[in-house]
Ligand binder design. Structure first.
Ligand code: SME
Length: 152
């Protein structure tokens, strides 16, 4: 984990002087992707309140599905429950939505605005099973909080 120690400090500096959410989310996904190894997709789905679904936001990785209904897949469930979801083996997750066949484990962290509303989710996929241990989940939950604070 030592090589990840700087991630959240670097992220805080990176986001410090910009209020545009898309710019911040785009650079945040790039920083996480270049810092954390064994990931094949890192990015965001943004919540569309009117349509009650998540829509694809800034990301790094392969082309991904664009719409996810609240409650569907890992992302939709994390958004609906407003709870972090760790899936050690995606093939065992009922209703899993496969975007990239390389993905074997997944972490989804809800993004909540400073006012407490659902803004979207932070989604990470790994090409190995059991990628997201509790240390990495804690680190990335802090990452998500830093990003949430940058929401305009
Ligand atoms: N696997 C996700 C869909 C999004 S992709 O991983 C980029 C899910 O089941 O919600």
């Amino acid at each position: 984990m030592a090589n990840y120690d700087l991630l959240n400090k670097q992220l805080t500096s990176l986001l410090a002087n910009e209020t545009n959410t898309i710019a911040n989310f785009a650079n945040a996904s790039a920083l996480v992707n270049q810092t954390v190894d064994r990931l094949n997709w890192v990015g965001f789905y943004l919540y569309d309140r009117r349509q009650k679904q998540l829509k694809l936001g800034p990301f790094q990785g392969q082309v991904a599905c664009m719409h996810i209904k609240l409650g569907d897949g890992v992302c939709g469930q994390a958004a609906q429950k407003q709870q972090t979801m760790v899936v050690d083996d995606v093939s065992q997750f009922p209703g899993y939505i496969s975007c990239d066949a390389a993905a074997q484990s997944e972490l989804v962290i809800p993004m909540i605005t400073p006012d407490g509303d659902l803004f979207g989710v932070f989604d990470l996929d790994a090409p190995v099973k059991n990628r997201f241990n509790s240390q990495l989940v804690d680190l990335l939950e802090e990452t998500a909080q830093i990003i949430s604070k940058s929401i305009d």
